[in-house]
Design a binder for this molecule. Sequence first.
Ligand code: AP5
Length: 222
Amino acid sequence: ATVEPLKIMISGAPASGKGTQCELIKEKYGLVHIAAGDLLRAEIAAGSENGKRAKEHMEKGQLVPDEIVVTMVKERLSQPDSQENGWLLDGYPRSLSQATALKKYGFQPDLFILLEVPEDTLVERVVGRRLDPVTGKIYHVKYSPPETDEIAARLTKRFDDTEEKVKLRLKTHHHNVEAVLSLYEDVTVEVNGSINKEDVFAQIDVALTNLLEQRKSALGSL
Ligand code: AP5
């Protein structure tokens, strides 16, 4: 028998570092990173009807309606790569109804990582965030500057990364977060997300290593 692939959810306020930590987790543990926000931005870029509707909500910092998001995430989780390698779900669920829908389809996490970051830090992170459209990598003008001038020249900003919009996104987050957390209490690990990204990852790494060790010893005692 082999150890079952990991099923992980990562949650936290806007710009708490979910995407940044997912890059590091993916690199070490080989999980398939599924980010609800990225799936939505791909729909927008494709110019689909769902993308157009999604953008109207994202512009206002509101949640995109369940009928768009739930199916999109469920389909991605059901793909063979996610099933074989394990998954890392980022930015979903964001409401009780999204969590309930996922449970109904049989997707339950082994671990729910909650990144905790104070609000003034979040605003600073959002305003300085930049993205590399070629590699998908996340940068920050101050905390994670680009490695070369060539990369620096092609960096882009997200349309919802303004101080005004992040305040709306934060409001939506505060409105929904408690309901989601209450569902995953027994598998939640709280992580201090306000320190540098390597030290944030070190906390997550311990939790994931422990989980894998527990699984291995459970297999060994069969
Ligand atoms: P989404 O794309 O998920 O945005 P978000 O939740 O607001 O989170 P972000 O992507 O902004 O931040 P992050 O936590 O990944 O931080 P990052 O690592 O980039 O959602 C966007 C919108 O889509 C939502 O508003 C909603 O409208 C819609 N949507 C998404 N999911 C939905 C769902 N399930 N249902 C309905 N609607 C949905 O880091 C941020 C910055 O900080 C970067 O510049 C980074 O370099 C820097 N940084 C990261 N870590 C550190 C550190 N430790 N120290 C210093 N700087 C750091």
